[in-house]
Design a protein. Structure first.
Length: 324
């Protein structure tokens, strides 16, 4: 009789287990005395807490935006080629060629902990300055890490020129920072200049560190850059950048995404490699953590009945990742 009761009990448990497996998602199930229910391992609030914990460890204030759909674009390809070149370990040149995507300084890369590329704003191209022939370009700054956690060591604007060998003439391409005066008028501040010829086909690189620092550190309004092209034979005459093949905006009428302008930003982490986050981010994190701990009561009646309170004491306080 005892053996038969055990057999019936085991059979019932097996059938119930099969029903749960077949009709319910995978997880841990407990018997509340009334029914078998799935035990929530982690609540939505706890998942958000873990997500924030991971972001905080890497000094990221918020979730990064989704990766660009076109990984063959100029900016993703630039980062990939820099990484590939570093892996090859070639150190015989101070300035390295990065395939056909541009140039970078070896010293700048070696002294940086983070390299970020910035894309053109969705609002570009925007109106020109005083009806001149140059073009304005505007970069999104959302991906630049906080000044509290990282220091900008260098920033460069990369512009592509599609050469035309029919006639060879010399031109200067100048980059200006667009400012707004107290009277509301637009003003141009010199950033950098490069000389080129009409038959040149490749990337032009402009040092724009000062402009980016003014936007990130000094909180100047980001009005973008102004690209001006002048003939070296007649410096008073300004022409449109498209006349020498300059790509200032990638749309269906111009070249592909692979030649779209981008900005490369080189940064170094502060506090001796501690990139956990600045004071404001840490304060926000502690507030979120305190709220979660206070509400972290065990809902499983079969675990820790005496004290239903959970406290997570094991966590990474400091994490530094170097990609050298």
């Amino acid at each position: 009789m005892y053996k038969r009761n055990c057999f019936v009990t085991l059979t019932a448990m097996y059938v119930a287990s099969m029903m749960v497996t077949a009709e319910s998602p995978t997880g841990v199930y407990v018997d509340t005395g009334i029914q078998t229910v799935k035990q929530d391992i982690m609540s939505i609030e706890e998942r958000n807490e873990v997500e924030q914990e991971i972001l905080t460890m890497f000094g990221v204030p918020k979730k990064p935006r989704k990766a660009p759909k076109n990984l063959n674009g100029s900016a993703p390809q630039f980062l990939f080629d820099v990484y590939k070149s570093l892996q090859e370990g070639s150190r015989d040149r101070k300035t390295r060629s990065v395939s056909d995507v541009g140039l970078y300084d070896d010293r700048t890369v070696q002294d940086s902990d983070v390299i970020v590329t910035l894309y053109l704003s969705n609002h570009s191209p925007i109106s020109n300055v005083r009806h001149e022939h140059g073009k304005r370009i505007l970069f999104e700054l959302n991906d630049v890490p906080s000044e509290e956690t990282h220091m900008i060591t260098s920033a460069e604007v990369h512009l592509y020129q599609s050469g035309n060998s029919n006639s060879i003439k010399k031109y200067s391409v100048t980059l200006y920072q667009v400012l707004i005066t107290e009277s509301g008028e637009k003003e141009l501040e010199f950033v950098a200049t490069q000389n080129t010829t009409t038959d040149y086909d490749g990337w032009l690189r402009f040092n724009a560190t000062g402009a980016l620092v003014s936007w990130i550190h000094f909180l100047y309004p980001n009005r973008g850059f102004y690209v001006s092209v002048h003939s070296l034979d007649n410096e008073d005459r300004e022409i449109k950048p498209e006349e020498i093949g300059m790509v200032t905006w990638a749309d269906k009428h111009q070249l592909s995404e692979a030649k779209k302008p981008f900005m490369a930003v080189y940064l170094k982490s502060r506090n001796g490699g501690n990139i956990v986050g600045g004071p404001s981010l840490q304060k926000h994190y502690r507030r979120r953590r305190r709220k979660t701990i206070e509400s972290s009561f065990n809902s499983n009646p079969f675990q820790n009945i005496g004290d239903g309170f959970q406290s997570r004491s094991c966590q990474i306080q400091t994490l530094y990742v170097s990609f050298r």
